[in-house]
Write a protein that binds this ligand. Structure first.
Ligand code: ATP
Ligand code: ATP
Ligand code: MG
Ligand code: MG
Ligand code: MG
Ligand code: MG
Ligand code: MG
Length: 258
């Protein structure tokens, strides 16, 4: 039999390949709930948007920002959240697997720990889990494009889902509702919502814009809708529901991505 004590540790370690992300680029770690279509059904989320479920996601994101202080910004919608690290972060020596796994496991633990705070009447029926990935964006402009892409996705999905669930509530089967919406453009969907007495732009801003969790800058005038979240560190992470596609937001927060 082989004497395990004689195995050279360097030789065994050589099988662990490095997965370092490109230096001095914007790293985004995006997590997404696994099979949340089912999870939201089993836990009877209000459709299309369960406000408490979103508040729970936001609260977990706030906790993640407070725990890992290299995170400068985050944006979430539905069962996903994108966490942006500062450009020169040395978080886990930029090793992708470690970065992703600690953030996704911390977020998941938080989700389970905080469940009762947001759903005091609802039992958590089975353990939720999330996947995660890390992607490097080489410039400020491309990072902004990434964030815009997520917010556009939020809008498109929200508009579709709002129409879909209005049709279902009006008595259509899910398959019929899908057929009605097949091939429709934004304008068609707006008209459809009007027929149900809904003006899209009057829907809650959190549903239309998604949520951003970010560090508060003390001296700012409060121009956006905000919820305050006090942490132990004294620094505050706030949740906003602003338009992150328009330059206005970034002009007002020049230090986030500096
Ligand atoms: P995957 O495992 O591939 O991510 P998924 O079932 O999680 O599959 P997603 O595309 O991530 O699919 O979509 C998440 C789904 O979770 C939405 O389609 C929606 O049904 C549900 N969901 C998430 N958050 C909410 C919420 N706040 N209110 C109502 N439903 C929600
Ligand atoms: P890192 O974040 O770098 O992994 P760590 O504090 O988790 O740091 P490890 O080298 O992973 O350090 O060691 C885990 C430590 O956790 C042990 O040193 C021990 O102190 C503690 N620990 C883990 N499991 C047990 C256990 N079953 N009983 C007592 N202590 C434990
Ligand atoms: Mg997924
Ligand atoms: Mg999902
Ligand atoms: Mg998703
Ligand atoms: Mg370790
Ligand atoms: Mg350890």
């Amino acid at each position: 039999t082989k004497d395990i004590g004689k195995v050279e540790p360097d030789y065994i370690r050589s099988f662990q390949h490095e997965d370092k992300l490109i230096p001095s680029t914007w790293v985004v770690i995006r997590i997404d709930g696994c099979h949340f279509h089912r999870f939201s059904e089993v836990h009877e989320f209000v459709k299309p948007n369960d406000e408490q479920a979103i508040n729970l996601m936001n609260s977990c994101a706030v906790a993640v920002l407070k725990e890992f202080q290299d995170l400068v910004f985050s944006y979430g919608v539905s069962d996903e959240y994108s966490f942006v690290l500062k450009k020169d972060s040395q978080f886990y020596q930029r090793q992708a697997s470690e970065m992703v796994s600690v953030i996704v496991s911390f977020f998941t633990s938080m989700y389970v720990m905080k469940w009762k705070d947001f759903f005091p009447q609802k039992e958590l029926k089975y353990p939720p889990y999330f996947d995660g990935r890390a992607v490097c964006y080489p410039s400020y402009e491309i990072l902004r494009d990434y964030l815009s892409w997520r917010q556009v996705d939020c809008h498109i999905n929200n508009q579709y889902n709002t129409c879909f669930w209005e049709l279902v509530k009006s008595g259509k089967r899910k398959s019929e509702a899908q057929l009605v919406l097949k091939g429709t453009q934004t304008g068609d969907k707006e008209k459809l919502l009007n027929q149900f007495g809904i003006e899209y732009n009057k829907l809650p801003v959190m549903f239309r814009h998604g949520s951003s969790a970010l560090w508060d800058k003390e001296d700012t005038t409060r121009i956006h809708e905000k919820e305050e979240c006090n942490g132990n560190s004294g620094k505050r992470v706030i949740v906003e529901h602003c338009n992150i596609i328009e330059p206005t937001f970034w002009d007002a927060h020049p230090t986030i991505l500096s």
